[in-house]
Design a binder for this molecule. Structure first.
Ligand code: ZN
Length: 389
């Protein structure tokens, strides 16, 4: 058996990211064999163990990006418009580039929330087979929106039977989740009303199709009656929630839903320049309101995970925003590690440094418990026992 060891000054272990000093992580093949103090490791280390000493760095679980798209790279000019006139080949090239940036930034698992041409399901298989580089993927295939609905990457549907058909096609192709688009993405700056474009019956149809295959449903929803319908219809993960009102927070607290926060779209001014002038203006007008609404979710203690919505390489900023809006550092970190693994149903494989789990490990400069921003300085990435960065 092939052994490797990662040595570092600090490590964040188990699902609560407990700090351990002078740590050694022993890796056997693709998984973590044991985590032990360095002194103890020196006594038991196997012969021919390939050691990597990361010095002052902190070891932690590989990051989990909970809201990705492969056909979108939010750092490309007019990336939303690009979607409509790009070919499958062009979108595949965008996808490969994005996956590379994800991996470089420490993302070892990415949950994709709808793509074109089944590029996500195809690339997932290629990555699993070792023919393409990228994080382990969860795919959603074709995203489902209302005929009159929003969601650039969603495909229009009308009525439960059309939705059932796409769900079954997605499941036939092996998607890990189903994705619905319920509301607009960007709220109307002049109104608090949030339209919803799929009925309770349509939502429940997707949930029922997924449930029979043990596949969960995630819904793009920024709040309002659409949220209530998602909860009543059995949706497990609510994406975005930019318009969370006090009523929405109460509905969420009484539900089993997890919220996937993607606040950077509104809070990160660096993203404006990649949008059309009209979209950038709408984002700016909503910034204060979105900040207040997302804070409401965090303050209420609603379980959350984090995603960038295709801003590849910038997941650390979502963790920074969560902390800035009031989350404690461990909760924010769990939103891109152990809590994220649970949402992906992968807690038995990844999301923590723990014996028996896959060796998905990164080394960052500094201690993220003290300064979350050091997640931007990833010095090493190991995916399933192999150092890839
Ligand atoms: Zn999205």
């Amino acid at each position: 058996m092939e052994y490797k060891a990662l040595l570092a000054k600090k490590g964040l272990i188990d699902h609560n990211l407990t700090l351990m000093e002078d740590i050694a992580v022993l890796i056997e093949g693709t998984s973590i064999r044991s985590i032990l103090p360095r002194i103890q490791y020196e006594r038991i280390k196997p012969e021919n163990c390939q050691e990597t000493d990361l010095g002052d760095a902190t070891l932690m679980p590989g990051l989990i990006e909970c809201h990705n798209h492969l056909c979108i790279d939010a750092s490309l000019q007019d990336h939303l418009e690009l979607l409509s006139w790009s070919s499958e080949c062009e979108l595949t090239l965008i996808a490969l580039k994005g996956l590379e940036k994800d991996l470089q930034s420490g993302v070892t698992t990415a949950r994709c929330l709808g793509d074109r041409y089944y590029i996500d399901t195809a690339l997932k298989k290629q990555i699993d087979a070792g023919r393409a580089a990228g994080p382990r993927l969860l795919s959603a295939g074709i995203g489902i929106k209302g005929l009159h609905g929003a969601g650039h990457i969603g495909s229009p549907h009308c009525g439960p039977e059309e939705i059932r058909r796409t769900c079954r096609e997605n499941l036939r192709r092996g998607t890990d989740l189903l994705k619905l688009f319920i509301t607009p993405g960007v709220p109307d700056p002049d109104s608090d009303f949030v339209p919803s474009y799929l009925s309770l019956e349509e939502i429940a149809t997707a949930v029922e199709e997924g449930a029979r295959a043990n596949v969960p449903v995630a819904a793009h929803c920024i709040g309002g009656q659409g949220l209530k319908n998602c909860i009543d219809g059995g949706v497990q993960v609510i994406e975005h929630m930019y318009m969370a009102s006090q009523q929405d927070v109460e509905w969420l607290l009484a539900s089993n839903c997890v919220v996937d926060l993607t606040s950077g779209i509104f809070l990160d001014p660096s993203r404006e320049s990649f949008l059309s002038p009209a979209n950038a203006e709408k984002v700016k007008k909503n910034r204060v309101r979105v900040r207040r609404n997302v804070k409401r979710i965090i303050d209420a203690g609603i379980p959350f995970v984090l995603g960038t919505d295709a801003y590849h390489g910038f997941l650390y900023r979502e963790a920074e925003y969560a902390v800035e809006l009031g989350a404690d550092t461990v909760t924010a970190l769990r939103g891109i590690t152990s809590a994220a693994a649970r949402v992906c149903r992968l807690e038995h494989r990844t999301g923590s440094l723990k014996a028996g789990l896959d060796a998905d490990i990164i080394a960052v400069k500094g201690n993220p418990l003290e300064n979350i921003s050091c997640l931007s300085q990833v010095e090493m990435v190991m995916k399933q026992g192999r150092i890839v960065v």
